[in-house]
Design a protein around this ligand. Sequence first.
Ligand code: AMP
Length: 114
Amino acid sequence: MAEPTIFKRIIDREIPAKIVYEDDFCLAFEDINPRAPVHLILIPKQEIASVDAISPEDVPVVGHLLLAARTIAQQLGLTNGYRLVTNCGKDAGQEVMHLHFHLLAGRPFSWPPG
Ligand code: AMP
């Protein structure tokens, strides 16, 4: 059996995290190394390694993540906007092999990203 990822261990409450949102299908918590005044990690409770690993059956839960991101942004009053980012694979810098969106806000972001 592969070692559980850090994010799976957060879902299972084996390691602490500052959880800001949770429902039946997903969890959002503060990034441990924030790159913006608001930097959350939004994950499905279901174990999906990355965008590359999404299967057609996962479409409802992936869509649910986007709606949860919007709900969180509304709850936090992010009326100036926010950025949702998912890194997939080595060149994108994916470190944790559990699908996640970074929700970043609280300052302007440049484009294109580095
Ligand atoms: P990525 O490079 O897209 O895989 O991003 C992984 C993110 O997870 C990074 O921004 C890390 O700072 C963050 N991270 C890693 N471990 C933890 C943790 N225990 N709690 C919160 N965020 C974490």
